[in-house]
Design a protein around this ligand. Sequence first.
Ligand code: MG
Length: 243
Amino acid sequence: MKIVRFCHEGLEHTGFVESDVVYEGDADGGLKTYRLGDVKLLSPVKPSKAVCVGLNYKDHAQEMGEAPEPVLFIKPSTAVIGPCQWIVKPTCCERLDYEGELAVVIKDDIKNVTEQEAKKHILGYTCALDMTARDLQHKDGQWTRAKSFDTFLPIGPWIETDVDPAAGLELKLYVNGELKQSGNTKDMIFGVDKLVSFISSVMTLKGGDVILTGTPAGVGPVKPGDTIRFVIEGIGELENYVK
Ligand code: MG
């Protein structure tokens, strides 16, 4: 199932999508329908926090230096935007980078779950961009400012509940139609179950929180006027614009 949040005539709704029809409500209720083209998709989730993992793909880790356990940082909920919305390049940022990432959406509040228990606490998966002010990341020596500007966390288009990243999903990121990143979730150093378990050993994960699982090689800069399109096999595509 593809779970969405959407806006129609100024009102926000939740629902699900099948081909190009949006159903308001859940599969048990019944249901007003809309054409997909007639609604504005929103971020499919409103997380209390996004927990992000640095350097989790073998090729990108070789670019940057590999870590023995997951390196975590947090992006604030205020950075979240939805599909087809604008990423705002801050005036103080010289170099704004895209990082295309598989996002895990947590189903319920959890703490100290094992890797074996992790799956039943995952609602599904979506696409996310970990936008990064690369020059500020280097200048500050830590990542909070560089990763936390408003609009620096596009999420969408929906939460796909019926997909398994462990089976290997292709990720492809395009800037203005040109392929920039190409990876596969099977090349993650720390798999999704490990990440959920590890992060929940540190902090309580709330239902609706998201985990960004790291980005493959090929990160690079964007500038105002650019279009970023990020596609994950079996999930969908997320498009955003830079201004
Ligand atoms: Mg990242």
